[in-house]
Design a binder for this molecule. Structure first.
Ligand SMILES: [Fe+2]
Length: 164
């Protein structure tokens, strides 16, 4: 019996295999000034998501805390956290432990960075005193996608292909 003949469980969720960097610019969802994300997997079962984050020069991903672990892999360009000395370069792997707080910026001499992030749980946005000023979770990411895809003509349901 070959692998293709082994029966899978009934009701199993469909797999995903897609071009991570989309040909259609509209797939990128605006997040902040000069910051976009491209949803890859919006996981409503575990409560987390995988996406590409794209930040162009002068873009800043606002200070936030991760209550759960994050891993990332830099695909293009480079970036740094204001709170750390190191710079994540193209090809770098990054692990962000639960409790980590940081603010992502792109160096002035780097026109664009794209990084794959696998984010568990949520992102808790903080002001300069550490007080919560907002949050994102898989449900708010889905809503952002729905609103954007409706606005750009792909249709709100375009996001459904990334939801599990
Ligand atoms: Fe982060």
């Amino acid at each position: 019996m070959t692998a293709a003949q082994v029966a899978t469980s009934a009701g199993i969720q469909p797999e995903l295999a897609l071009a991570a960097i989309p040909a259609d610019e509209r797939v990128w969802v605006p997040q902040a000034d000069a910051v976009w994300f491209r949803p890859l997997l919006l996981n409503t079962v575990t409560g987390g998501w995988c996406n590409l984050l794209r930040v162009r020069r002068s873009g800043v991903l606002h200070r936030h805390r991760h209550p759960m672990a994050v891993v990332g892999l830099v695909i293009r360009g480079r970036w740094k956290y204001l709170e750390h000395e190191w710079t994540a370069e193209e090809g770098s792997f990054v692990y962000e432990p639960p409790g980590e707080i940081h603010t992502l910026t792109v160096p002035a001499d780097c026109p664009e960075m794209i990084t794959f992030f696998n984010i568990a749980g949520a992102m808790i946005y903080l002001d300069e005193r550490g007080t919560q000023v907002g949050y994102e979770d898989v449900w708010s990411k889905i809503e952002m996608c729905r609103a954007h895809y409706a606005r750009v003509g792909l249709g709100a349901s375009y996001v459904d292909q990334f939801v599990r």
